[in-house]
Design a protein around this ligand. Structure first.
Ligand code: AMP
Length: 435
């Protein structure tokens, strides 16, 4: 029978990598915790409407890339030509923000007059994109969301926190580029959108068909087009920075001022619009400067002051970002990073013959209960191959149990690095390890 393989665009995180992903998340949560962020877990699927309303129907993520999940009974109904309630239309989350914002609204986490709600998350996201290096259909993100505060200090500390995290996991500061922009707000953006729409229509001949279509659906996305020709044309389009209202200008200047004061370097990029509809004011992206081709964005985010109301909650300003684990790993590897073995054993027990096995099993348990990681040979191998096995598992000590030692109530403990051996009373092996 043909073997079944993983779905296209997915990856198995084998133990060494799964362990690294765990450490990656823990490092993020530890750093984000210093800024007041606490973890939240939301479902990996939500009502499709949440993403349609939150992220926007006209975005690629919603219009082309969502995996929609249909449960058994509903699938039958749909296949039979029937309708299912919109509540039953479910999609795998393509990003984390919409779900977290929904959870904040649904659970009333924002309290009147209270501090802003600061949440962090980590987990898989799903987008039906064309897979390539650094672009998967299931990938892992770590992100944060801050709800209930519109001040520029929230944006600035978020950006600083993200840069500090990248450096903490080992991506050198000079290997990254931080791009910032402002998307304006509902006061200044509509007029700006109109200007860009008019610009696209004026230059339609020089733009691709998709950009021409964007004039009606989502003009600002034309800035995102990867085609050289479109990019060159759009570089001449009206700039958002010249079209911000006074409040948005002040906010943008304040964010930049805070970054300057902290010594975080950035570049302003007036074409940075990011793919999702919900952003207002600050948007930013962190790219790796060399070696990652088109998939060089390792993280990004921005402010979304209208999203809460969009999904039916009490209006509240928001700010967030997400970073991609897989792309960070590629960036780390470009800087010489190698995965470490998932398990470095503290000890391995080698049995000289089968008569000592019952006792060995007890010693094993005692050592594990004392907090040490280890194992014994479960397969009745020869003493020589037990030592080989201990080496392969990276055990730093081997506890040798033979009938002679055991008869004297002793075990032999060999240090695998120095090859030194000492005899230790059986009930003091754990204490000897701790020395
Ligand atoms: P976005 O939600 O599109 O802003 O994505 C945030 C980060 O997630 C990006 O900067 C990437 O690092 C990562 N990311 C987004 N889409 C993918 C994907 N299809 N495969 C792998 N990583 C991704």
């Amino acid at each position: 029978m043909a073997s079944i393989q993983k779905p296209v665009g997915t990856k198995d995180l084998l133990p060494d990598e799964a362990k690294f992903w765990q450490k990656f998340r823990e490092t993020a949560f530890e750093i984000f915790g210093r800024y007041g962020y606490v973890p939240i877990e939301t479902p990996v699927f939500e009502q499709t409407d949440l993403f349609v309303r939150g992220i926007g129907q006209a975005t690629d993520v919603v219009s082309k890339e969502m995996f929609t999940a249909i449960s058994g009974e509903n699938l039958k109904t749909l296949l039979g030509g029937g309708h299912i309630k919109s509540k039953s239309r479910l999609s795998l989350r393509p990003e984390g923000t919409a779900g977290v914002v929904r959870a904040v609204a649904e659970n009333g986490l924002i309290t009147q007059g209270g501090a802003p709600v600061k949440l962090s998350y980590a987990g898989p996201m799903f987008r039906a994109e064309r897979p390539q290096d650094g672009r998967q259909r299931q990938f892992n993100q770590v992100g944060i969301e801050c709800l209930g505060a519109g001040e520029p200090t929230i944006d600035a500390e978020g950006i600083i926190m993200l840069m500090r995290f990248f450096e903490a996991i080992g991506i050198p500061a000079d290997a990254m580029r931080l791009l910032v922009n402002s998307m304006g707000c509902e006061k200044c953006r509509p007029a700006y959108r109109e200007k860009v729409r008019a610009f696209i229509l004026e230059h339609a001949d020089a733009l691709c068909e998709e950009c021409q279509r964007r004039a009606d659906t989502n003009p600002l996305r034309a800035f995102d087009c990867k085609k050289e020709g479109c990019h060159a044309v759009m570089a001449e389009a009206p700039r958002i920075v010249d079209n911000l209202c006074e409040e948005c200008h002040e906010h943008y200047d304040a964010v930049k001022g805070l970054l300057d004061a902290t010594g975080v370097s950035y570049q302003e990029d007036y074409t940075l619009v990011r793919g999702l509809d919900y952003y207002t004011r600050t948007v930013f992206e962190v790219q790796v400067i060399e070696g990652m081709g088109a998939q060089n964005a390792i993280g990004g985010g921005g402010r979304y002051d209208k999203l809460m109301a969009e999904i039916g909650g009490n209006p509240a300003p928001g700010f967030g970002f997400a970073l991609g684990y897989e792309r960070c790993k590629i960036a780390l590897e470009a800087n010489g990073f190698k995965l470490e073995p998932a398990m470095a054993y503290d000890f391995y027990i080698a049995c000289v013959d089968d008569s000592v096995r019952p006792l060995a099993f007890n010693v094993l348990q005692t050592l594990r209960d004392a907090g040490f990681r280890g194992d014994l040979d479960h397969q009745h191998r020869s003493l020589k191959s037990q030592f080989k096995q201990a080496g392969k598992l990276g055990a730093s000590r081997v506890v040798v149990l033979g009938p002679d030692e055991v008869a004297q109530g002793m075990a032999k403990v060999r240090d695998m690095a120095s090859h030194e051996e000492v005899n230790v009373p059986l009930d003091q092996v754990a204490a000897a390890f701790a020395e």
